[in-house]
Design a protein around this ligand. Structure first.
Ligand SMILES: *Cc1c(COP(=O)(O)O)cnc(C)c1O
Length: 344
């Protein structure tokens, strides 16, 4: 699939995939219309298909996962409301504070456990009583996978049940929920059970060039479309990119298993290098600890070998559609050679 990566191996993120020939062909052939008028047949088909696949009533296509998450938060919560969220969660940490800035929504960040979960006792403990001193706690937002880790079905069921019992709504940042479903061998609908709304990225491991979908009840999605318009996400002949997103959902979910195998293989190879501490990947993302003094020369060595990675003391490695088994082997070889020669 790497028709345009010119020999580079890119392990920075699964957002870097290039659309392949078959995906591009669907983009060229897409029938389009003005989606702000609801007229784009390819967008409508994608939204219906995604809703059906994940067992939700309706779907909305948007330019990014940051936007679908923000739309969900702004639809669930009003000014002066708050949402419970993991300290490490994307919506809290990596979305520029949008819920607070644009939504006037207060986040209540809660520590994530080593497995990525938030303790049920913490969820319960952080829900604020009905008191005029407090923001109104409205929503629990979880993320799956989180930092490549899969939240178990049992945990998700317990956390979403608890939230609902306490009168909160539930939102899933499912940017990589397809990885979680494939890893657990469950359907996409089962993987999102318990959540009132779900955001799914199509431009991560699924390989589409652009776009996310927000899924939920029909009335929620209709309200969400107003926020999408306000945030500048109303797109016109968006079928050109929706076609690629549809192709990704239809053809690339099953391929994620290969990314997980490649991550495991890469981790196994790197774990043989004594200077590195390597975490065990659950999906397509894992972390390695690199001696601080090795970072600069390693960065240069990877660059020379045409390997792109975010080198740091604690370093994230990500496999995806455009990383082959051969690329994994080549990466292991480059690291191994580097650390054979390297002395602190
Ligand atoms: C990538 C990502 C998003 C959304 O990112 P965009 O780049 O805005 O599409 C949201 N949540 C998680 C966990 C992500 O990894």
């Amino acid at each position: 699939m790497s028709d345009n990566t010119q020999g580079w191996i890119d392990l920075r993120s699964d957002t870097v995939t290039q659309p392949g020939a078959a995906m591009r062909a669907t983009m060229v052939a897409a029938h389009v219309g003005d989606d702000v008028y609801g007229d784009d047949p390819t967008v409508n088909r994608l939204q219906d298909y995604a809703a059906e696949l994940f067992g939700h009533e309706a779907g909305m296509f948007a330019p990014s996962g940051t936007q679908t998450n923000l739309i969900a938060l702004m639809t669930h919560c009003g000014r002066g409301d708050e949402y419970l969220v993991g300290q490490e969660a994307h919506t809290y940490k990596y979305e520029v504070g949008g819920a607070a800035v644009l939504g006037s929504i207060q986040p209540q960040p809660i520590i994530n456990q080593p497995d990525g979960s938030i303790l049920l006792a913490d969820i319960e403990g952080y829900i604020k009583p009905d008191d005029l001193h407090f923001a109104r706690t409205r929503l629990l937002a979880l993320e799956n996978t989180i930092g490549g880790r899969v939240l178990s079905q049992e945990y998700v069921a317990a956390a979403t049940t608890l939230a609902h019992e306490k009168g909160l709504a539930t939102h899933l940042d499912g940017a990589r929920i397809c990885n979680a479903a494939v890893k657990q061998g469950i359907s996409l609908a089962d993987a999102v059970k318990g959540f009132d709304t779900v955001s799914v990225c199509l431009s991560k491991g699924l390989g589409a060039p652009v776009g996310s979908v927000l899924l939920g009840p029909k009335a929620f999605i209709e309200q969400g479309k107003r926020w999408r318009k306000m945030l500048g996400g109303g797109m016109r002949q968006a079928g050109v990119i929706a076609a690629a997103a549809h192709y990704a959902l239809e053809h690339n979910v099953a391929l994620l298993a290969q990314d997980h195998d490649h991550a495991a293989e890469l981790a196994r190879g790197l774990a043989l290098i004594p200077a590195l501490t390597v975490s065990t990947p659950q999906t397509n993302i894992f972390w390695i600890d690199v001696p601080a003094a090795a970072c600069a020369p390693l960065r240069a060595a990877l660059e020379r070998a045409q390997i792109r990675a975010t080198v740091g003391h604690r370093m994230r490695l990500v496999t995806h559609l455009d990383v082959s088994a051969h690329d994994v082997q080549r990466t292991v070889d480059v690291f191994t050679t580097f650390f054979t020669d390297w002395r602190a």
